[in-house]
Design a protein around this ligand. Structure first.
Ligand code: 4IA
Length: 400
């Protein structure tokens, strides 16, 4: 329970990377939000923010709360990163600006608009195939199947072995946490996947004109070095799959748990985009991120000294009752704008328009064809140090 640390920061004795917490984090989120604007987690000797205002403040101040020392628990100033550091996620300006400029262009609204036709056709094809089915595992057959088809196609991956993207994602999102059993098991499973990933970041592995190749075009124009391009393709392959897999899986779980919400969506499939957005708020795929203080700072009246790891709970900020009325209610007709599921500030998700496009199209095409979706057996969780993820979601899809 909460006591006062010497520095007047409420101490909360929870482990946000434990099985218990990761299985159901919401009561602990509330405990942290109520304890204060900033809390101290003694197990990891870190500060943490679970309220919307302070999460927003920390993510908005990239000069004080830097990313170049890593956005996981590991402090890159003191330990070697487990993989070569990302040139965008784990970078500050000016390197971050250089990388971001290229990725923002490759993932611009115009560029994402150009993906819509093919992404829609795949969503239609998937939903039509499912009409012939009755009971499915929605994690595998929708959550994984759709992003694993459309995103690598858009990036331009030409080789076989896309399932490697799932194992790789599971590992890197576990790697943002402590070196616990979840991380150890992910590393064991990953095997030769890392080599596959790096091989597929090379220009020769990428279809000309795809999103990956467009990064290499910035080498041709002198904007990036030859070494930077494969690393930025790696960022696509790291950030673009497990996030949308779980964004879609979690959204289906929400909609299946609250049949009146599915009914609204079925009656008006144009609600697909706001429904996906609300699901991102309610069950955020990316739950947490760290920053490191580059100087002495003050957040919510609490002094934080230079060189500290600071943990922001995106998923808790997204349930903050000071930010949203009935924060624990899933309602596809609310306006969840301002949610933290894509982060915020200069590191806010650069691929969010692609993610939204995928979510909108999958939910929309399913909503047009199925009048109900029913959970037929208890879903299982795939615990991960960073992701809110399901292992399986047994659903019965009932055609309209
Ligand atoms: C990268 C936050 C998450 C979606 C993410 C993971 C990896 C990378 C970027 C973002 O490797 O650059």
């Amino acid at each position: 329970m909460s006591t006062l640390a010497p520095s007047n920061v409420p101490v909360v004795d929870i482990d946000p990377f434990s099985t218990e917490f990761l299985t159901d984090p919401y009561a602990a989120h509330q405990q942290m939000r109520e304890a204060g604007p900033v809390v101290y987690l003694p197990k990891y000797e870190i500060y943490a923010m679970a309220r919307h205002a302070e999460v927003h403040a920390v993510l908005g101040d990239w000069e004080t709360f830097i990313s170049s020392a890593g956005v996981g628990l590991a402090n890159f100033r003191k330990e070697t990163p487990f993989r070569p550091q990302s040139l965008i996620l784990e970078a500050d300006p000016p390197q971050h600006t250089k990388s971001r400029t290229v990725l923002s262009r490759v993932l611009s609204p115009k560029s994402v608009m150009a993906l819509r036709t093919s992404f829609q056709a795949e969503a239609v094809a998937l939903a039509e195939r499912l009409l012939a089915r009755c009971e499915i595992d929605a994690v595998k057959e929708i959550g994984e199947a759709y992003p694993l088809k459309v995103f690598p196609d858009a990036v331009g991956l030409t080789s076989d072995g896309r399932e490697n993207l799932l194992a790789y994602g599971d590992m890197i999102f576990n790697a943002f946490g402590p070196r616990n059993e979840l991380f150890a098991n992910a590393v064991k499973r990953v095997g030769p996947t890392t080599q596959w990933i790096m091989a597929n970041c090379q220009r020769a592995a990428l279809r000309p004109g795809g999103l990956g190749d467009q990064i290499y075009q910035a080498v041709d124009s002198g904007e990036l070095t030859e070494d930077e391009a494969p690393m930025l393709v790696r960022s696509f392959l790291s950030a673009g799959v497990d996030t949308t897999v779980n964004g879609i899986g979690n959204a289906l779980y929400c909609l299946a748990q609250f049949p009146e919400q599915w009914a609204k969506l079925h009656a008006n499939p144009a609600l697909a985009r706001p429904a996906f957005e609300e699901a991102l708020r309610y069950e955020s795929a990316v739950q947490t991120f760290f920053r490191t203080s580059s100087r002495d700072a003050e957040v919510g009246g609490v002094q934080i000294t230079e060189g500290c790891k600071v943990l922001t709970f995106l998923g808790a900020a997204n349930r903050d009752p000071c930010q949203w009325p009935n924060a624990d209610v899933f309602d596809i007709e609310r306006r969840p704008s301002g949610h933290m599921a894509f982060g915020s500030g200069i590191h806010g998700c650069v691929g969010q328009m692609v993610a939204r496009l995928e979510g909108e199209l999958v939910l929309g095409e399913l909503a047009k064809r199925f009048k109900r979706i029913e959970i037929t057996a208890p879903p299982t969780r795939r615990l991960n140090n960073t992701l809110r993820a399901l292992g399986s979601l047994p659903l019965r899809l009932i055609p309209a």
